[in-house]
Design a protein around this ligand. Structure first.
Ligand SMILES: NC(=O)C1=CN([C@@H]2O[C@H](COP(=O)(O)OP(=O)(O)OC[C@H]3O[C@@H](n4cnc5c(N)ncnc54)[C@H](O)[C@@H]3O)[C@@H](O)[C@H]2O)C=CC1
Ligand SMILES: CC(=O)[C@](C)(O)C(=O)O
Ligand SMILES: [Mg+2]
Ligand SMILES: [Mg+2]
Length: 347
């Protein structure tokens, strides 16, 4: 249906207009092969299975993620196969290896993309940057995308709670005339709250920006900046962490999620409201040049290349873990670990 967001009309799909029963009917003859069992793989595969779809998982044998799949109830030789066999059996191949991992496995997947099958992504990365990834799908298959706007871990947790994460959807190629029905049915099947329309280019450029920006990169940056200023001015780690992170995640962000920023402000003191209304524009003005540089780096493909170069190295996980360890061991997040333990629900 069409909905107005501000003054812009967009196409969205809700569970009311495309109920689960309809999704099951659309996909009743499909075998959905989820390739990759990292973060999105488990969330999407388990939600699809619980929603009654015919799902199999393809993963490297003798790997931690193969063991994780077995622990989650996937049965070797029945619903769990090596990547090649899962691709052969699947009529819809959900390519949920890491974006760098997709490059190495593309020749294997491509071999089994026979006419009429569907190739499904949760990120527009592989196809948009095909000159870097080599991922050029054959013309006689559907190429579709459902990108959950959140972690696969949250996708699963919210599904189990009866909620849903929103997802974007896109059609890159409709070889069968069924691509729209397939992509919407899969979007509902993996547990999306509602689906909004995009295309592969807009999905990947917005997603690469968001994860480097307010969702992950920029938020760590402003947390660190404020924490350091408070500590340099004599505030204790506990006070600095509470004033920078804990109050935001525990009290204020839930209010924003519930009813918007103005409502969160209105539920704070008038002293805080005055201050926040005076200061948000200077922060916007100071950071907008950084966001413009970020988007330029995304748009020119530099961010994609950096990701491919680093995450294709054999020791990419160890390198990422080293940097995550540095974050975890910083004073701010060490203070956070203690504060979390002090939460009433953890005592
Ligand atoms: N992490 C998330 O929650 C989200 C991920 N996405 C997209 O979903 C897709 C999957 O993402 P994640 O689950 O985070 O992937 P991931 O980084 O967890 O990797 C998934 C699996 O790929 C395997 N893998 C990596 N390199 C490989 C290689 N060279 N050969 C064989 N297997 C390899 C890993 O062992 C892992 O089991 C990506 O396109 C990602 O951009 C989209 C939305 C959110
Ligand atoms: C969780 C999500 O949406 C991200 C940040 O885009 C990702 O994990 O790639
Ligand atoms: Mg994302
Ligand atoms: Mg992403």
């Amino acid at each position: 249906m069409k909905l107005k967001f501000g003054n812009v009309e967009e196409n969205v799909v809700t569970r009311e207009e495309f109920p689960l029963e309809k999704a099951r009917e659309v996909l009743k003859d499909e075998v959905i092969a989820v390739i990759g069992y990292g973060v999105q793989g488990p969330g999407q595969a388990l939600n699809l299975k619980d929603n009654g779809f015919h799902v199999i998982v393809g993963q490297r044998k003798n790997s931690k993620t193969w063991d994780k799949a077995v622990a989650d109830g996937w049965v070797p030789g029945e619903t769990l196969f090596d990547i090649e066999e899962a691709c052969e059996r699947g009529t819809i191949i959900q390519f949920l290896l890491s974006d760098a991992g997709q490059i190495a496995l593309w020749p294997t997947v491509k071999k089994h993309l026979t006419p009429g099958k569907a190739l499904y992504f949760s990120h527009g990365f592989g196809v948009t940057y095909k000159d870097k990834t080599g991922i050029i799908p054959p013309a006689d298959v559907d190429v579709i995308l459902v990108a959950p706007k959140g972690s696969g871990t949250s996708l699963r947790r919210m599904f189990v709670e009866g909620r849903g994460l929103n997802s974007s959807y896109a059609i890159y190629q409709d070889a069968t005339g069924k691509a729209k029905d397939r992509v919407i049915a899969l979007g509902i099947g993996v547990g999306s709250g509602y689906l909004f329309e995009t295309d592969f280019y807009r999905e990947v450029t917005s997603d690469l920006t968001g994860e480097r920006g307010t969702l992950m990169g920029a938020i760590q940056g402003i947390f660190a900046a404020q924490y350091e200023v408070l500590r340099e001015n004599g505030h204790t780690p506990s006070e600095a962490f509470n004033e920078t992170v804990e109050e935001l995640t525990q009290s204020l962000m839930p209010l924003v999620a519930e009813n918007g920023m103005d409502w969160m402000y209105a539920n704070c003191s008038t002293t805080a409201q005055r201050g926040a209304l005076d200061w948000w524009k200077p922060f916007r003005d100071a950071t907008k040049p950084v966001f413009e540089a970020l988007y330029e780096s995304v748009k020119t493909g530099k961010e994609a290349q950096k990701s491919i170069d680093s995450n294709s190295k054999p020791d990419y996980r160890e390198k990422l873990e080293e940097e995550l360890k540095e974050l975890r061991e910083s004073e701010m997040w060490q203070a956070g670990a203690v504060v979390r333990q002090l939460r009433p629900e953890n005592n």
